[in-house]
Design a protein around this ligand. Sequence first.
Ligand code: GDP
Ligand code: CA
Length: 351
Amino acid sequence: MTRLVTVKVTVLVGGVGGAKFLQGARERFGSTPFPEATGDPGEHSVTAVVNVGDDAWMHGVRICPDLDTCMYTLGGGIDPERGWGRAGETWHAKEELAAYGADPDWFGLGDRDLATHLIRTQMLAAGYPLTEVTAALCNRWRPGVRLLPASDTRHETHVVIADDDGDRAGDAAGDGIRKRAIHFEEWWVRYRADVPTFGFAQVGSGPDGTGRAEATPAVLSAIEEADVVFLAPSNPIVSVGAVLSVGGIRGALRRTSAKVVGVSPVIGGAPLRGMADRCLDVVGLETSAQAIGAHFGARSGNGLLDGWLVAEEDADTAVDGVPVAAVPLLMTTPTHTAAMIDAGLELVGLA
Ligand code: GDP
Ligand code: CA
């Protein structure tokens, strides 16, 4: 058994589930006392590698839903009921945009939130990479963990759906169904994931405008130099999955000497709050801790996991080559979540 004195923890996260998990990590390991993306992480430190698959341009501003959910939650600015966006929000800009008939009219763009997007968009236009923009925004919010976008270049999740108006992309698959691709946010927020859906695709490019998005050097070293990496109980397909599909991240997880521990977002066969089961359906996975654990796979095989934490309700879960522990997985308070993290450390022999 190795007892870690100083710990570098890296967590792959999405939005709401990821942010709650990070609150537990901050509770367990303490605040990371620097807001900058670069700089010495010090002793105990928590770094989050945040999904950028949901990022989108709307009304001329760049929106990064998962980065903002993590930043507002940890920085004390989140609306606690909605779980996203700013507390004390007003919606005047959204109403005015709607009065002009501006598209999209289904996106919740709050007035307070808009200030964040304006700053981000200005900095991006001035040539700052998203990693530095995020660090600058975190200078205000002081989240106490280092928030790193998984990539500095575009890596958006798009969703292939049936096209009922028939005049867009054709029947390329030859299955008699016309299809088109929409941004994940439109599928999730506007259509509530409730339209005939055929698959997800990452749309983006590398820094030179070609190829696919690559992980930043900061992300790669956060994974490679960590003592332990957690896959948060975030959506396994469009949050953790979208992070894993950024070039270089899977390789870094396979290479790192850190133990990699996954935490199930599904308890007793159902996701918490939300429609993660819709995403699992689309890729043909059952909504179960077993199926998600097997999907991530064992690091001793071709997969990623050294340990898989499941809920007590799912105690019969067995995943080939992966030690499994069943513990309470409801993130009701940061203290409860910190206990989950301890169970994860114990599972891989680090506590
Ligand atoms: P999003 O980007 O805002 O959709 O959030 P994430 O992808 O980070 O997290 C969504 C996932 O968090 C859902 O699939 C939920 O099942 C999971 N989740 C939310 N609350 C809890 C909880 O208390 N415990 C566990 N184990 N999972 C949770
Ligand atoms: Ca998200």
